[in-house]
Each structure stands twice: as structure tokens, then as C-alpha cells.
Design a protein. Structure first.
Length: 148
């Protein structure tokens, strides 16, 4: 990935209704609709799997296409949150907090660590990318926190 922050793309740590990642998803979908989302972000946009987008979809039980439509047919974050709360699997605030915490404390296995090195080669030359959370990695890559 490149070391810049796309316009109006919030940190994956920012929350909405307790949901980490949701504000970033809103930004990514809206930037994509405007043709302003960098190409390296498109491959994983609201796709299932181990990416942050996929983890959010899995946890909430939402379908990526339906969330995409909901984001584009609403005007505010609060409207998106209301849609999510109506359509997602119900979770308590404590369950949502524990889910977010699990993402933050996760460290990759050797295969995923190698994958991180190919995605973030500049950072991998400076730090052990396997020793930091994916949230730190993204925030470092996008310039929100300094690379040690």
C-alpha cells in the first residue's frame, strides 16, 4: 500500500454505535462512488474474508452489497448506523467491545506475516510487521501514527 491517507478516510479504530471499522467502511464506499478511492483499496471493499471489511461483515451478519446500497442511499453516519442496527445480528455493547478488542490484539501467523511484508514492503524494512496490530499497520501506512 502507499504511505498516504486517502481523502476523508477515517482510521479503522474510529467507531460508530460502538462498531469499530464502520466509519471507515462508510468513507470507503462513498469515496469509491465518487471515483476517489485509491485502487489498492478496491480489492477488499466489502468482501468477505479475513480483511477488516470481511470481519465486520462476518460479525454483523450483513451482506456487503446490501451494506453498500444502504451507505449510498443514506446521507449521514447515523442513518447508516440505524440501518446496520436494524439488519445486523444483534450484539450487546460488551460483545461489540470484545470483538473490536480481538481484532486489535490479533497477531498474524507466519503465512499472514509474510503476506503483510508484501503489502507493506517499506514498513517491513523498518519494523516487524507481524508484531503490530492490523489497526496500527493501517494507521502507520496512512500517516496517522509514526512508523517507529
Amino acid at each position: 500500500m502507499s504511505r498516504f491517507r486517502p481523502p476523508s478516510l477515517r482510521s479503522p479504530r474510529e467507531t460508530l454505535g460502538g462498531y469499530m471499522i464502520l466509519p471507515r467502511l462508510i468513507d470507503k464506499v462513498r469515496l469509491h462512488a465518487l471515483g476517489k478511492l485509491p485502487p489498492e483499496y478496491l480489492e477488499n471493499l466489502l468482501k468477505p474474508g479475513l480483511t477488516l471489511d470481511g470481519r465486520f461483515l462476518s460479525f454483523t451478519g450483513l451482506e456487503g452489497e446490501k451494506l453498500h446500497r444502504a451507505i449510498l442511499t443514506t446521507r449521514t453516519d447515523e442513518e447508516v448506523l440505524a440501518w446496520v442496527e436494524q439488519n445486523a445480528h444483534p450484539h450487546s455493547a460488551e460483545e461489540i467491545r470484545k470483538w473490536a478488542e480481538a481484532i486489535d490484539v490479533y497477531r498474524p501467523d507466519p503465512a499472514m506475516a509474510q503476506h503483510r511484508k508484501t503489502i507493506y514492503p517499506e514498513m517491513a524494512s523498518k519494523i516487524d510487521v507481524a508484531s503490530v496490530s492490523v489497526l496500527d499497520l493501517i494507521d502507520m501506512d496512512e500517516g496517522r501514527i509514526p512508523v517507529p
